[in-house]
Design a protein around this ligand. Structure first.
Ligand code: FE2
Ligand code: FE2
Length: 510
């Protein structure tokens, strides 16, 4: 990837109201290989700097309309990235020093020797290059770091978060936003927008003129604009704010534009550079392939999830009593996972495990599980094999390796009296400890062949009674808190079985 800024000649702007000085400097600097333009005062200089990029400006202190100091202040205010060198007569050295304090690079005393001017210009530009290369190195490093992080996740939301937060941090923009096109018929949608400022939740955001941006993309014209010239890319800006600088780069997957990455500056003097636009382009390239991967993976996951749900439902379909059991265990498990602040990937893994936890029952004669009386000792021994059968079904499937421990150990008990291995406390994988609580709660609050459903209150009392023996007490506590929250929030339709039953006996065949 090309990071070089010096493929083109260095550009120098000379601002002086004296024609002869303009001509001398122009001639000599041109001979040295610089591209030189001259203007007559600060006002013209500012216009020129707004329209074209320069590496260095040599300016006289006193000029009509706008003098050197005012020009320097405007350069600072507008965030124009250019070195400033002053020319001054002997009597105004103090003013020149004042200018240095305001950020001027150096000053030249009139009358000057041409070699001296050339020396100052060259030294300044070398220093500028060094600084710029430093920035590029730092940016290259952050792109590298981001790419590394991106390879470690396949969750789309997580990928988007990494991209936008890296963009915001590295560009030092006020706002970074990522837009994606969901499918070819729908438009672009803002997927994530992050701001450095504290914003009200319902604050309006940028309303983009997508037609204009897409036209630039198609014609391969960079979208890097400042001030009023950026306005054409917007239908509306948030709350009458004045945009200072704007960059937009496309996200492309297999040559198709699928989204865009935008940064906004609303701070006076904070103007983006061409270097930043290049940096953002590289970042967008990495981002696009990460988004592509995450989407493919998400599709695969969704298809896969549906297959599993299909499995679980098919398994329960013939049995009136366990109908919907896996779905409900998944919902209760998800509540607990949120209460324990699991990250999204972990929640997902737990949910899959919940859906599959009893998959091993496939290998057990159904009749034994559906009878109205309690199981005989032999039948119970057979029943107890289902976690191990589950393990053996899932283990060969690469996708499902991660959930095997949860499925295999979901009948372990906290005090070590469970099966299949009799693990205790923290030896039992946390996912399995969660499943145990969710599973038993659902078994208690569902009708079974041998008894009617128990009420929520009774089931909770039973969980509390067995906290520390059968169950991890911390997980019981979290479950009860989360269930109370969910029950208080009556609109939460995702929580099944809140109706009360009226029997008083718990059962463990879950
Ligand atoms: Fe179960
Ligand atoms: Fe089970």
């Amino acid at each position: 990837m090309e990071y070089s800024f010096h493929e083109e000649s260095q550009r120098v702007l000379v601002a002086d109201d004296e024609k002869v000085i303009r001509e001398i400097l122009s001639d000599f600097l041109t001979m040295e290989g610089f591209v030189v333009r001259t203007v007559e005062d600060g006002f013209e200089a500012l216009q020129e700097l707004e329209e074209h990029s320069y590496n260095l400006v040599i300016t006289d202190l006193k000029m009509p309309r706008m003098g050197g100091i005012e020009l320097l202040e405007e350069i600072n205010n507008r965030g124009i990235n250019v070195l400033t060198v002053f020319m001054t007569g002997f009597g105004t050295v103090e003013t020149a020093i004042e200018a240095m304090k305001k950020g001027a690079y150096d000053y030249i005393l009139k009358p000057f020797k041409v070699e001296e001017v050339i020396h100052i210009v060259q030294r300044g530009l070398e220093k500028q290059q060094l600084q710029q290369e430093n920035i590029q190195l730092r940016e290259a490093l952050s792109i590298y770091t981001m790419s590394e992080v991106l390879t470690k996740t396949l969750l789309l939301d997580h990928v988007l978060e990494i991209i936008v937060s890296t963009t915001l941090k590295e560009s030092r923009a006020d706002v970074a936003a990522l837009l994606l096109m969901e499918d070819k018929d729908s438009g672009f949608e803002v997927k994530l927008r992050r701001s450095n400022a504290e914003e009200e939740e319902d604050q309006e955001t940028e309303d983009l003129n997508l037609v204009e941006i897409l036209e630039h993309y198609r014609e391969d014209r960079p979208v890097l604009y400042h001030g009023a010239r950026a306005n054409r890319f917007f239908n509306r800006l948030p709350g009458g704010q004045q945009l200072v600088s704007f960059i937009s780069v496309p996200l492309k997957i297999r040559l198709k534009i699928v989204g865009m990455l935008n940064i906004y500056s609303y701070s006076r003097g904070k103007k983006f550079s061409e270097g930043q636009r290049k940096m953002l382009s590289i970042l967008a390239d990495r981002a696009s392939s990460a988004i592509d991967n995450a989407r493919l993976y998400q599709n695969l996951q969704e298809t896969f999830q549906q297959t599993i749900q299909g499995f679980a439902r098919a398994m329960e379909a013939n049995d009136l009593y366990t109908h919907g059991h896996s779905d409900r265990v998944m919902q209760y498990s998800r509540l607990i996972a949120h209460g324990l602040h699991f990250d999204p990937e972990h929640v997902q893994r737990l949910c899959t495990a919940a859906l599959m936890h009893d998959i091993g029952k496939i290998g057990i004669p159904l009749d034994a599980l559906k009878k109205p009386q309690k199981l005989t000792k032999e039948e119970y021994e057979l029943f107890k094999e289902h976690p191990d059968k589950g393990r053996r079904i899932l283990e060969p499937i690469e996708f499902l390796k991660d959930i095997v421990p949860a499925v295999y150990h979901h009948h372990e008990q906290y005090d070590g009296t469970g099966y299949p291995l009799g693990l205790r406390e923290e030896e039992i994988p946390v996912e399995a400890r969660i499943l145990a609580v969710a599973d038993t709660y659902d078994a208690m609050t569902s009708d079974r062949a041998y008894r009617a459903a128990l009420s929520h209150e009774i089931a909770v009392a039973e969980l509390k009674r067995c906290a520390g023996t059968q169950f991890d007490p911390r997980i019981v506590a979290v479950f009860i808190i989360e269930m109370e929250k969910a029950r208080d929030n009556e609109s939460d339709k995702s929580i099944p079985h809140l109706e009360s039953g009226n029997r008083t006996e718990a059962e463990e065949e879950t």
